[in-house]
Design a protein around this ligand. Structure first.
Ligand code: NI
Length: 223
């Protein structure tokens, strides 16, 4: 399941994040790549211990935890601190699959990958995120403050940048629901319940639907 979520950051959060990017000192992005990904990763990255990284991480984590669509789609158990990347002309990230396990302060399994866009699409040329989904190849370039989520099992790449610069935060989620098909069913069921609640809040059908949602979650969740 590939999902775009708009306006994950407010305009104030986005402005704050962009200001931090302008102040920051970047290093070679290969420092955090796995062996295979390091061969194709060609970007800049904020060091994990930079002061800006901590502030940016808090902005992104707060925004994710408060976003009902993100929570419903990812059902997060662990959200890792994002990597903050800048791509300038000549940079790209060749086709790869994200490492299944990320080892660090918290070691976790990557179920869902996310890219939060911090540059507007018109601020750079090239730099599309290309994801090979079960439904074919998807090309993604979203407004600043928006996010795309996709299964971490997908092959993906970032096209070369030919002008401007592309700033993003990328992160991984270990979901309480490991299986992508089960996660997708729960997301669809939750969307249906939310829509029914908004349209007809007194509907007696809401109770059995919510019970089914929770009982499926109880059956499948790995916490
Ligand atoms: Ni990747």
């Amino acid at each position: 399941m590939l999902l775009a979520i708009e306006n994950v950051l407010t305009s104030e959060e986005l402005a704050g994040a962009r200001e931090l990017f302008e102040k920051a000192r970047f290093v070679d992005g290969r420092v955090t790549a796995g062996e295979l990904a390091a061969k194709v990763k060609n970007n800049l990255q904020l060091p994990a211990n930079a002061a800006e990284t901590q502030v940016l991480t808090d902005i992104v984590h707060d925004a994710l935890h408060c976003n009902p669509l993100f929570v419903s789609a990812a059902l997060p158990k662990v959200i890792c601190p994002p990597l903050f990347n800048r791509y300038v002309p000549g940079m790209d990230f060749g086709i790869h699959v994200d490492n299944a396990i990320r080892v660090g302060a918290t070691t976790f399994r990557t179920d869902v990958s996310g890219t939060l866009f911090l540059s507007e699409p018109e601020e750079y040329e090239g730099g599309e995120l290309v994801i090979e989904d079960t439904y074919g190849v998807q090309t993604i370039k979203l407004p600043a403050g928006s996010l795309v989520l996709y299964p971490s099992s997908s092959l993906h790449r970032v096209e070369p940048i030919t002008g401007g610069h592309r700033d993003v935060g990328v992160f991984w989620v270990q979901s309480m629901i490991r299986d992508v098909a089960q996660r997708s069913l729960l997301f669809q069921l939750d969307a249906g319940i939310q829509s029914l609640r908004a349209r007809a809040p007194e509907s007696p059908e809401i109770v059995p639907l919510v019970a089914t949602y929770h009982n499926l979650l109880r059956m499948w969740a790995d916490i």
